[in-house]
Design a protein around this ligand. Sequence first.
Ligand SMILES: Nc1nc2c(ncn2[C@@H]2O[C@H](COP(=O)(O)OP(=O)(O)OP(=O)(O)O)[C@@H](O)[C@H]2O)c(=O)[nH]1
Length: 390
Amino acid sequence: MKLALIGVGQAGGKVVDEFLDYDARTGADIVRGAIAVNTAKADLQGIDRLPEDRRILIGQSRVKGHGVGADNELGAEVAEEDIDEIQGALDSVPVHEIDAFLVVAGLGGGTGSGGAPVIAKNLKRIYTEPVYGLGILPGSDEGGIYTLNAARSLKTFVDEVDNLMLFDNDAWRSSGESVEEGFDAINEELVQRFGVLFSAGEITEGSDIAESVVDSSEIINTLKGGGISSLGYADVEVDEPERKGLLSRLRGDSDDGIDSTEATNRITSLVRKATLGRLTLPCEVSGTERALLVVAGPPEYLNRKGIEHGRKWLEEQTGSMEVRGGDYPRRGEGTVAALVLLGGVTNVPRVKELQQVAIEAQQNLGEITDESEDRFSELMDSDGELESLF
Ligand SMILES: Nc1nc2c(ncn2[C@@H]2O[C@H](COP(=O)(O)OP(=O)(O)OP(=O)(O)O)[C@@H](O)[C@H]2O)c(=O)[nH]1
């Protein structure tokens, strides 16, 4: 799947840079255009891979390159005011070559949480390609203002994109370290997961053709219908089998030394691990509207029966009739990996908690106004649940 990436704010810019790194390292070739947008000059200077002319400083007349200091209303305002400049930077992206836009932002700060929904809305107005969001939720120790920003931005962002994929920093830090200390490792994990998803179905030179190829349309169909999505991943090391020569392939020589029962079991247990282990956004699997299973690895290990078993198991777990599955042959990684995209998740404890904390924070600050009360109650149903968000 070919993407145009728009990183908004510091986290957005760093994650976009990490995607470029992933592309260069793996040859995945998923990024067809990328920009980083920020109100802080120093953050843009901290980016490594993205060329300087792709780093767009907005809000200069208002904040003089010093950032918006976690004020997400100001972040939204300056993105609105400088939308032509952002759009101008996107004009050089070969849109006819891309399958979708991906707007990436941390939802706790001011620039990303305020600016990302504004940019997504503008993209949807101009282009027919799907516009997806990749939002990063703040750690729970980051303070009330971050939680409040994330709760506000979540609702706006989910409304402006075709699907909002979420990554929860809280679930990903190692014990004992603050979120900031672990960002490099967290970003690598994040991009590893989304990188495998978006590179599935991309046939690069010299790659094997998949038996049951996952292509962009299956990713797009799984994300269709909007709402929030989460991603699970698990892998296991395997010996890379020797690549068969043309002669042995023509002879139909099937003895690759791989036990097919073992290959089936490996895949089914990987699918369970990916689904029930740590998701990018921890959530209840049952009630998921659509799902996609991708099994990646050397083609000799991509056992069709295993993938079908895994797909059926996912159908049972999610209760969804729309579970797609396929393989993504790739060599050189020395692993077989299962990736599970849960599209349209409905029961997310972290999102509920975030909203609750945000309401309390506002009440404590004595800032609850009729308007903000309406805004939050809109997000909640009569039981205090947040079902309406989805
Ligand atoms: N995963 C991840 N999260 C990050 C990273 N950098 C910041 N964050 C998180 O993203 C949220 C927003 O931070 P920033 O992106 O720095 O904020 P910003 O959008 O630039 O907004 P301002 O600094 O207020 O202008 C916070 O909750 C951080 O925890 C990163 O490199 N990786």
